[in-house]
Design a protein. Structure first.
Length: 116
């Protein structure tokens, strides 16, 4: 079974940057899975933020983060990344990684808080 561990969150001022990481441990995660970053803000449903195909040839971003966030992956290290620039208060949420569509047990996520 694959366990997902997210890290890299924190408190940052609006306009700042953070880099999130998602490490997969346990049974080998197929290098062919499309992976995604999701987020859940208080009182809201979890939403897909970005995704990346197995060979990084195809990426997807939700409209609100286009031009600000960059998703990447290192299959050899079984790690997924999300570079977040020009952060806004509305980006405040708990961020999670999973396959797209989600098929693995959710990790604990990493909290991102953007102050105005």
């Amino acid at each position: 079974q694959v366990q997902l561990v997210e890290s890299g969150g924190g408190l940052v001022q609006a306009g700042g940057s953070l880099r999130l990481s998602c490490a997969a441990s346990g049974r080998t995660l197929s290098s062919y899975a499309t992976m995604g970053w999701f987020r859940q803000a208080p009182g809201k449903e979890r939403e897909l933020v970005a995704s990346i195909s197995w060979n990084a040839g195809t990426t997807y971003y939700t409209d609100s983060v286009k031009g600000r966030f960059t998703i990447s992956r290192d299959n050899a290290k079984k790690t997924l990344y999300l570079q977040m620039n020009s952060l806004k208060p509305e980006d405040t949420a708990v961020y999670y990684c999973n396959t797209r569509p989600s098929s693995l047990a959710w990790g604990q996520g990493t909290q991102v808080t953007v102050s105005s």
